[in-house]
Design a protein around this ligand. Structure first.
Ligand code: PLP
Length: 474
């Protein structure tokens, strides 16, 4: 069987997708297109993404109007290329950024490419679910007072799990000092259509916002938007960097899928989101009967236990199996094997299911019934506390560590050495250690505990969990 046969067989297998992409392969919200029939290059009449003047310019203006943004650019290499382009546009080589430590790998890669130094803000922790909480504006204020040479502030909001930060306050702090704020809202392109949430990052004043359209909306994988607002960011430089980091042969089927999604939201957004919110509410009501599993901000979890979460995306279903006799990984397996539900990921004691306007009543019902049945078979059992990675001492910037001579050593024996590579849990692709940080005994213990809890770990050069690349002593 080739890849196409495998994909077709999987499509017909009846497994329900509680994961990205947000179109959920639902033909009712996606145009059924013959990919080869519309696969063109920049021929007459079809404009050119990197110098758009006609069809594509209009399509991007339509997206800008939908999101109430001054400038909006199509991305066809995912949010990744938007992040690389934005960081490269805003900060001169050798400059410094202030960033949340839970940013995606692509932000760190931008630092490496542009030889940037970073001041990190550690997100708060939600002890009840063992996930990152919001970024505190107070921490941003302190860091800005201590460091005068910040060229860009970078925050991820919402996180992969749906945790939203107070972007309005952070934008105010940034603008008092004329520093642009970039919000990686890759997981929140749908948030401005959901009632009852804080202002979207664009409305809250962020200068650059990245939307991963494929993650939570009915748009094809790799499609995303980059929005630029206010006067602090040079849009000509953004356009140049987009041409550097995006393909010179952008896919018309991808752009057509993205444009179709924008039209769908413009024309039917209100109706589709009302239906979605009703479904989420119905699901949450059903979850009130759970006795062992807990769902973040759903069912009996009213939010009182989450002082470090400023706001939360109700479209994310974070199911905690803490204090039960199963792990998150086992819950994920049961959902797939017994109920044919594929979730987005499992980590430690929880599972993350992603929903969107393209989910069906049948999909929500299947997940609700499965969780109620699984819950009825569980018993209480104290489980290990969630493991948090310690903050590591940074000895040198990423780019310097990446250019030093390195050697591969046993991970368990690596305390006191400087890492020459990234180690991250994937998903979500947030580094636990970055090149240039000092490996500590605490870090080794934390990673070993994570492994015991079946967190999937990986490293730049693939040697983890047993080997790690470290810098050779001078
Ligand atoms: C927070 C965040 N930002 C950016 C990205 C990169 O997005 P893409 O895969 O569309 O390039 C991801 C990917 O999962 C992500 O989780």
């Amino acid at each position: 069987m080739n890849l196409l046969d495998e994909l077709n067989a999987y499509r017909d297998s009846g497994v329900y997708p509680m994961h990205m992409p947000g179109h959920k392969r639902n033909p009712q919200l996606t145009p059924l297109i013959d990919i080869y029939g519309i696969d063109l290059t920049e021929i007459d009449g079809f404009d050119s993404l990197h110098g758009a003047k006609g069809l594509l310019k209009n399509a991007m203006s339509k997206a800008a109007a939908l999101y109430d943004s001054d400038n909006t650019y199509f991305l066809i290499n995912g949010s990744t290329c938007g992040i690389l382009s934005a960081v490269s546009s805003c900060v001169p080589r050798g400059g410094r950024v202030l960033m949340a430590r839970n940013c995606h790998q692509s932000v760190y890669n931008a630092l490496g490419i542009m030889q940037l130094d970073a001041v990190y803000i550690k997100p708060s922790q939600d002890a009840a679910f063992g996930i990152n909480g919001s970024i505190s504006p107070e921490e941003i204020r302190k860091a800005l007072e201590e460091h005068e040479d910040i060229g860009l502030i970078i925050i991820t909001s919402p996180t992969y799990e749906g945790v939203i930060s107070h972007i309005e306050s952070i934008a105010e702090l940034a603008h008092e000092r004329k520093i642009p704020l970039m919000v990686d809202e890759a997981h929140g392109a749908h948030l401005c259509f959901m009632p009852g949430l804080p202002a979207s990052s664009i409305d809250a004043g962020a200068d650059i916002v990245i939307h991963g359209m494929h993650k939570t909306l009915p748009s094809p994988t790799q499609t995303a938007l980059l929005h630029v607002n206010g006067g602090l960011v040079d849009t000509e430089e953004i356009r140049y960097q987009l041409a550097v980091f995006q393909s010179s042969s952008p896919s018309y089927p991808l752009m057509a899928g993205l444009d179709y999604c924008v039209s769908l939201l413009s024309e039917r957004g209100t109706e589709l989101f009302e239906r979605y919110v009703r479904r989420l509410h119905g699901f949450s009501q059903k979850m009130k009967s759970l006795s062992h599993l807990k769902i973040l901000f759903k069912g009996r979890d009213e939010g009182g236990e989450h002082p470090h979460i400023y706001a939360f995306d109700p479209g994310k279903i974070v199911i905690s199996a803490a204090n039960t006799d199963i792990t998150g990984e086992r819950l994920k397996e049961i959902l797939l094997e017994k109920y044919k539900i594929q979730v987005e990921m499992a980590a430690g004691s929880y599972v993350l299911a992603m929903t969107s306007i393209a989910d069906t009543d049948e999909g929500f019902d299947r997940l609700a019934s499965a969780l109620i049945e699984i819950d009825s078979e569980l018993s209480d059992r104290p489980t290990a506390e969630p493991v948090y990675c310690p903050v590591l001492e940074r000895v040198m910037p990423i780019y310097r560590a990446q250019s030093e001579k390195a050697e591969l050593v046993s991970f368990s024996q690596s305390a006191g050495r400087i890492s020459g590579e990234y180690v991250y849990s994937y998903p979500p692709g947030i580094p636990l250690i970055v090149p240039g940080e000092l490996i500590s005994e605490d870090f080794i213990d934390a990673i070993e505990m994570m492994q015991k809890q079946s967190v999937s770990l990986t490293s730049t050069y693939g040697g983890m969990p047993t080997k790690i690349r470290v810098i050779e002593p001078a």
